[in-house]
Design a protein around this ligand. Structure first.
Ligand SMILES: [Mg+2]
Length: 414
C-alpha cells in the first residue's frame, strides 16, 4: 500500500483534505491513521491570504490535529527564503500576513528606499502607487520575489485576479524575472524538506489535486506524487510530462488499500520547460563541400546559423534573416533536412534561468549573394570547415545535423 512506502507526506489542502468548510471523504481518518503510524506530515498551500494559524484553525474545525510547524504557506516560505538569503530589509506588497511572517523571522519590512528585496503577496487594499513604488525599487536593483504564480482564482462571480497577476504586471513593466516561491516552484517544497534532513527523497510524497502545481512541483524537485482524481487516465499523454503523477487515487482512504500501487514516472534528463518556441537552423555547403559555421558570442561555441522564428514570419524568411545577420551571406532555401523536437536535445537552459523547448526546422541553403563577415553582432568568427575537420568546441547537436544533411536520408522527423 502507498502509505507504507513513504516517511514524509506533503499535502495540498483544498481539494485534498477539504473543500470549503467540508472535509473530503476519508481525509480526517486517513490523516489520523498516518499519525498513528508515526509518519511525518506537512501541509503546503499557495493561498497568500491565509496565515498558518488560520489554516490550522480550519483543520481543527473539521477534526484534523495539526501543529503550526506542520503548516507551510507561501507567505511563510517566502519569509523563510528571504531569511536564508540573508536579506534583512524588504518592501512588502501584501496584506499583514506576509508582513507578519517576515517580521517574525527578524526581517525589517517597509524600511524606506534602500531595501534589499521586494516581496509581492496579495491584499485588497494595495494601491497603484504602491505597485509603482515596488516596481521602481526592483528597477533600482532590489531582488524581486513573489509568493505564488496563480494568476486568478474562481469565484461564483467569475475569475478574480490573484498574486500571479500582480507579479506578472511588475515583471512585464520592469523586464525583471521574479523568483517565485509557491507551488510548483521548488522553494516551497525545499522549505518542507529542509526540516527533514535525514529523510531521503525516495521516501517523500506530495499529494495534491492540481497536476500543474502539486504534481509538477513534486517532480521538479525529484519526489513522488499522488494525484487526487476520479479519472482513470493520466492527465497528459506525453511519456515524460512532469505533470503526470506516480499514482492516482479518488481520496485519501486509498493510501491504505493493499491493491493500490505506484506506477513510477520516469524522470527524464531534461528540465521542465516554461515555453515552446519555433526555431530554424541553416546548413550551407560551399562548392568544395565545406560547411559554414559561426562562433557564437553568447557561449563562444561553434555552431550552425540558428535563431527564433519571429511573430508573423515564415520559417524560410527566418532562415534568410538569421543567416544574413549572423554571417553576412544572402541565401535561398534549398531543401528541408529535418524537423527536430525531441525534448532530450531541444530543451535549452538559459543563464537567466529561462528553460525553453524549441521545435527546430533545419534547411540546407544555397548562397545567392552577400559577403562573408569576419564577425557580426552575434558571432565572433565566421568561416567554412571541412565536415571531417569540425572544431571540437562545437554544439554537439549541430554536428549531428551536418551528418543528417550529408547522409541525405530524406526528411527527418525527430
Ligand atoms: Mg488543491
Amino acid at each position: 500500500m502507498l502509505a507504507s512506502q513513504f516517511d514524509l507526506f506533503l499535502f495540498d489542502l483544498d481539494g485534498v483534505v477539504y473543500v470549503g468548510s467540508e472535509p473530503l471523504p476519508g481525509a480526517v481518518s486517513s490523516l489520523k491513521q498516518l499519525r498513528d503510524a508515526d509518519k511525518n506530515i506537512r501541509f503546503l498551500t499557495n493561498d497568500p491570504c491565509a496565515t498558518r494559524e488560520s489554516v490550522c484553525k480550519r483543520l481543527h474545525n473539521i477534526g484534523v490535529e495539526v501543529e503550526i510547524e506542520e503548516m507551510i504557506t507561501s507567505s511563510f516560505a517566502t519569509a523563510r527564503y528571504l531569511q536564508k538569503e540573508g536579506i534583512q530589509s524588504v518592501y512588502v506588497l501584501s496584506d499583514e500576513h506576509l508582513i507578519d511572517e517576515c517580521e517574525r523571522l527578524g526581517i525589517q519590512t517597509n524600511a524606506g528606499e534602500n531595501v534589499e528585496a521586494v516581496a509581492i503577496g496579495w491584499g485588497g487594499d494595495i494601491t497603484l502607487q504602491e505597485v509603482q513604488h515596488a516596481a521602481r525599487l526592483i528597477s533600482n536593483g532590489a531582488k524581486f520575489i513573489g509568493t505564488g504564480p496563480d494568476l486568478s482564482f474562481p469565484t461564483k462571480k467569475g475569475p478574480m485576479l490573484a498574486t500571479g497577476s500582480l507579479i506578472e504586471m511588475i515583471a512585464r513593466g520592469t523586464g525583471v524575472k521574479p523568483i517565485i516561491v509557491g507551488k510548483p516552484h521548488s522553494l516551497m517544497f525545499e522549505t518542507a524538506l529542509e526540516q527533514f534532513p535525514n529523510i531521503k527523497k525516495e521516501r517523500v510524497v506530495m499529494i495534491g489535486d492540481n497536476p500543474s502545481t502539486d504534481i509538477l512541483g513534486a517532480h521538479q524537485i525529484g519526489i513522488s506524487s499522488i494525484l487526487i482524481s476520479d479519472a482513470i487516465d493520466k492527465p497528459f499523454s506525453g511519456e515524460y510530462d512532469f505533470r503526470n503523477p506516480d499514482a492516482m487515487i479518488p481520496n485519501l482512504k486509498s493510501l491504505f488499500k493493499r491493491e493500490v500501487r505506484l506506477k513510477p514516472w520516469t524522470q527524464p534528463a531534461f528540465q521542465w520547460p516554461e515555453a515552446i518556441k519555433a526555431a530554424v537552423t541553416a546548413i550551407l555547403f560551399d562548392e568544395e563541400g565545406q560547411v559554414l559555421l559561426m562562433r557564437r558570442r553568447d557561449n563562444r561555441l561553434w555552431g550552425l546559423p540558428t535563431g527564433h522564428v519571429e511573430l508573423g514570419e515564415s520559417v524560410t524568411d527566418a532562415i534568410r534573416r538569421e543567416v544574413l545577420e549572423e554571417t553576412g551571406l544572402e541565401v535561398e532555401v534549398n531543401r528541408l533536412i529535418g524537423v527536430y523536437s525531441d525534448p532530450n536535445t531541444q530543451i535549452m537552459n538559459y543563464p537567466d534561468g529561462r528553460i525553453v523547448h524549441f521545435v527546430t526546422t533545419c534547411f540546407e541553403c544555397n548562397q545567392v549573394g552577400g559577403v562573408l563577415a569576419d564577425e557580426t553582432a552575434e558571432s565572433l568568427e565566421v568561416r567554412f570547415f571541412k565536415p571531417d575537420q569540425l572544431p571540437d568546441d562545437m554544439l554537439e547537436m549541430h554536428r549531428h545535423r551536418i551528418e543528417d544533411a550529408r547522409q541525405e536520408k530524406g526528411v527527418l522527423i525527430c
